[in-house]
Design a protein around this ligand. Structure first.
Ligand SMILES: Nc1ncnc2c1ncn2[C@@H]1O[C@H](COP(=O)(O)OP(=O)(O)OP(=O)(O)O)[C@@H](O)[C@H]1O
Ligand SMILES: [Mg+2]
Length: 356
C-alpha cells in the first residue's frame, strides 16, 4: 500500500500564506499530475511531500503512515528534479548507484539494481560514459535511473522535462508513461504544461494561488471544467469566452452586449436573467447554415493537419480550429454557429459552472 493522502495541508513563509488547505487523495499506483500557473505552489507541495519543506498545517500520509515528522530519507520516496545535476566526474553507472552506496548497500546488490534500471531505461550501452558525453534526454533518463534503483514507494517529479527541446519532451513523455505502466509505482508529477498533464496523468490536480481548483481525469477536466479558470487553463489553443446574459426561459439563449443572441442548450433554465460567461472550445465552432454570429477573419494559420483561425466577434478575439481545409483570408466576413451541446456556461459573479 503506497497511496498518498494530503489533508488540509497549509504552508506559510512568515506571515505569507502560500498553500491554503489542500486536500488530495492519491491511490496506490496512480499517476497524478499537479498543474497550474507559475507560483501557484506546485513545487512547494511536492517538496512538502518529500519532506524537504516543513508543513505549516495539516497532514500528509504515505502508505497509511503520517509522515509530517519523518526525515526525507525515511519517507521511502525518490524525487527527480528539473535540474537533475548529475555528478560530472562519475560514470552513468556510478551516478545511478551512488545513493545506494551512501545507504551502505552491498556492491553486488548495487550492480544488480543499476543493471536492472539501465535495462528499463535502455541505458545499458551508456553505463560507462560520463554525463558530458550524453544527450539531454539520456541525462534525464540517468536522473530517473537514480530514482528507480532506490525502489521507492512513490516517485516525485518536478518539471523533469522542462530543460529539453520540444521534440525530446514528447518522446520522454511517452517514456515516462511507459515506465509507469511497467513499474506501477505511485507518481506525483509537477508541470505547468497542461498538454503534459493531459497526455500522461491518470488524474490531474489543477492548482491556482495555493488552492485546488479541480481534481479529475484529463477528459473530465476538459469536458466539464468546474470554473472559468480550469476551462481557460486546460486545452490548447485555449477555450474561447463570450460574456452576455441568459434569456429565453425554457429555450435558453445567450444575449451579447450588442443584442445578438445565440441559442444555448436546455439545462441552464434556472439561470434566467443571469450574467454569464459562455465557453466554447476552438474545435466547437462551425460555419452557420443560416443566421449565426457575424465574425471577421483576422489571422489564418495552417498547421497542416488543421487550420487555426483568429476571428473577431463583437470586439472579442476568438480562436477557431478547423479540421477541414477552407480558403479563408484575413478581412473576410463569415457567419458562425457554435456547437451548442458542447457549450460551457459559467456564472459571471461566482465563475462557477452552471451547465450540467
Ligand atoms: N523560501 C521561500 N520563501 C518565501 N516564499 C517562497 C519560498 N519558496 C517559494 N515561495 C513562494 O511560494 C509561491 C509558490 O512557489 P512554488 O515554487 O511552489 O511555485 P510553482 O507553482 O512551483 O511555480 P513554477 O511553475 O514557477 O515552478 C511563490 O509565490 C513563491 O514566490
Ligand atoms: Mg516549481
Amino acid at each position: 500500500m503506497s497511496g498518498l493522502a494530503i489533508r488540509n495541508v497549509k504552508k506559510s513563509y512568515g506571515a505569507v500564506n502560500i498553500i491554503h488547505g489542500v486536500d488530495v487523495d492519491i491511490a496506490d499506483g496512480e499517476f497524478v499530475i499537479l498543474v497550474g500557473p507559475s507560483g501557484c505552489g506546485k513545487s512547494t507541495l511536492l517538496r512538502m511531500i518529500a519532506g524537504l519543506e516543513e508543513i505549516t498545517g495539516g497532514e500528509i500520509s504515505i502508505g497509511g503512515r503520517v509522515v509530517n515528522n519523518l526525515q526525507p530519507k525515511d519517507r521511502d520516496i525518490a524525487m527527480v528534479f528539473q535540474n537533475y545535476a548529475l555528478y560530472p566526474q562519475m560514470t552513468v553507472a556510478q551516478n545511478m548507484g551512488f545513493a545506494l552506496e551512501l545507504a551502505g548497500v552491498k556492491r553486488p546488490e548495487i550492480d544488480r539494481k543499476v543493471a536492472e534500471a539501465a535495462e528499463i531505461l535502455s541505458l545499458q550501452p551508456l553505463l560507462s560514459r560520463k554525463p558530458a558525453q550524453l544527450s539531454g534526454g539520456q541525462r534525464q533518463r540517468v536522473a530517473m535511473g537514480r530514482a528507480i534503483v532506490r525502489d521507492p514507494k512513490v516517485f516525485l517529479f518536478d518539471e523533469p522535462l522542462s530543460n529539453l527541446d520540444a521534440k525530446l519532451r514528447v518522446k520522454m513523455r511517452a517514456e515516462i508513461k511507459a515506465l509507469h505502466q511497467r513499474l506501477k509505482t505511485t507518481i506525483v508529477y509537477v508541470t505547468h504544461d497542461q498538454i503534459e498533464a493531459m497526455t500522461m496523468a491518470d488524474k490531474i490536480v489543477v492548482l491556482q494561488g495555493g488552492k485546488v481548483e479541480q481534481i479529475g481525469t484529463p477528459l473530465e477536466l476538459y469536458d466539464r471544467p468546474q470554473n472559468v479558470f480550469v476551462a481557460g487553463f486546460m486545452g490548447s489553443p485555449a477555450m474561447n469566452f463570450l460574456e452576455g446574459r441568459l434569456t429565453g426561459g425554457s429555450q435558453p439563449r445567450l444575449t451579447l452586449a450588442s443584442g445578438t443572441s445565440i441559442e444555448l442548450l436546455a439545462g441552464v433554465v434556472d439561470a434566467e436573467g443571469k450574467d454569464v460567461i459562455v465557453g466554447i472550445r476552438p474545435e466547437d465552432i462551425a460555419f452557420a447554415t443560416e443566421g449565426g454570429l457575424s465574425a471577421t477573419v483576422s489571422v489564418v494559420e495552417p498547421t497542416g493537419s488543421e487550420t487555426h483561425v483568429a476571428l473577431e466577434v463583437e470586439g472579442k478575439e476568438l480562436t477557431w480550429v478547423m479540421r477541414e481545409r477552407a480558403s479563408l483570408t484575413p478581412g473576410q466576413k463569415v457567419q458562425l454557429s457554435l456547437k451548442t451541446k458542447n457549450i460551457h456556461v459559467f456564472d459571471k459573479a461566482t465563475q462557477q459552472r452552471i451547465t450540467a
